[in-house]
Design a protein around this ligand. Structure first.
Ligand SMILES: Nc1ncnc2c1ncn2[C@@H]1O[C@H](COP(=O)(O)OP(=O)(O)OP(=O)(O)O)[C@@H](O)[C@H]1O
Ligand SMILES: [Mg+2]
Length: 322
């Protein structure tokens, strides 16, 4: 046997950590040892297998994004959301405009061949907990792209020069790596921050505007905010699409509850439940459903009873208004 126990262990370890370089180099060590022991045929076979393997593994841009390195690591958090468009409860017009974005992105090459750009700059605005952040994840999932969330706290610095150079690192990444880039609560960019004079906040916002204007159509930039009113009108014009989110209608509220409860929802009095959903956001409804579900399970029930759900909804409404 040419491979020692240590070699085998090293192979397994490098395989499970996804370290191709280490894997191949151990394999080559095995081949070298085999050659020294006179197993030339075996050594040659291993060597050519390694060469063939190396030729096949292209450097994957996705792994590069999934683990942002260096300066980029302070600026973005990568994730691969599993939520699909089906999970988003919203008016059909909103769903349709998102379907439009997905369709244009999927067929962007044929659009670009005819010198049209696919929609790729989105502004999502609306009250908290209505699905803005979730939408960025949905787009990433539907397009099979990583979601890169920009950490605005990492981006903004007391020093304008520093902020500008960080923005540049980010812009380069956006141009070179196709992904969904989420600027969550991005109004912070335009806000006057402690230590920043107004002029400086203004300059940061301006460079962001220039960025939005120049970003290539391959990457999708999503900006989300729940402070539409404080935003500059100039900002709105830079986006291809502005989507407004709202609190759920009674029917949408029931859909959110049903989806979260899943099989735990028995035959429930949805009419009476519906009265207790008013004023609650999608996020609050999800939380109320979770509370009711956990309480019911811990009490030994295999279904959530109507009154348990109403109780949890009532607790949410009182925290919201209070
Ligand atoms: N439209 C929706 N349909 C289904 N579930 C939703 C919807 N909106 C929110 N949720 C649920 O609430 C959670 C939080 O929502 P999300 O973070 O997307 O809200 P947001 O609009 O970004 O709020 P904020 O303005 O506070 O950032 C989601 O992960 C999801 O579970
Ligand atoms: Mg959000």
């Amino acid at each position: 046997m040419s491979a020692s126990a240590d070699h085998v262990k090293a192979l397994v370890k490098s395989h499970s950590s996804g370290d191709d370089q280490a894997f191949y180099s151990v394999a080559l060590q095995v081949a070298a040892k085999a050659a020294r022991q006179g197993h030339h045929r075996f050594a040659a076979d291993v060597k050519s297998l390694v060469e063939a393997g190396k030729a096949e593994t292209k450097p994957s841009p996705v792994t590069a994004i999934a683990q942002p390195r260096g300066d980029l690591a302070d600026l973005v958090v990568a994730s691969y959301p599993e939520t699909s468009l089906r999970d988003l409860v919203a008016p059909s017009a909103l769903i349709e405009s998102l379907e439009g974005v997905v369709a244009e992105q999927r067929q962007r090459h044929s659009l670009m061949d005819q010198s049209f750009n696919p929609v790729h700059r989105l502004l999502l605005e609306g009250p908290p907990g209505t699905g803005k952040t979730m939408t960025a994840g949905v787009l990433a999932h539907e397009l099979d792209l990583p979601l890169l969330t920009i950490r605005l706290d990492g981006l903004l610095s007391k020093y304008l020069g520093e902020t500008a150079s960080k923005l540049r690192v980010l812009f380069d990444a956006v141009e070179s790596q196709r992904a969904v880039y989420l600027f969550d609560e991005f109004d912070a960019l335009g806000a006057d921050r402690a230590g920043n004079d107004v002029g400086e906040a203004r300059r940061i916002l301006n460079s962001f505007l220039l960025f939005i204007e120049s970003v290539g159509p391959e990457s999708i930039v999503v900006a989300a905010t729940n402070h539409r009113s404080i935003l500059d009108r100039a900002l709105f014009r830079r986006f291809d699409l502005v989507i407004t989110y709202a609190l759920p209608t009674p029917d949408e509220a029931i859909s959110v509850l049903k989806a979260r409860l899943g099989t735990l929802a028995g035959r429930m009095g949805w009419k009476s439940i519906s009265k207790h959903t008013e004023g609650l956001s999608h996020a609050e409804l999800v939380k109320a459903a979770e509370t009711a579900a956990k309480r019911s399970l811990l009490a030994g029930a295999d279904r959530v009873a109507t009154d348990k759900l109403i109780e949890a909804l009532g607790e949410r409404s009182s925290t919201t208004s209070g």
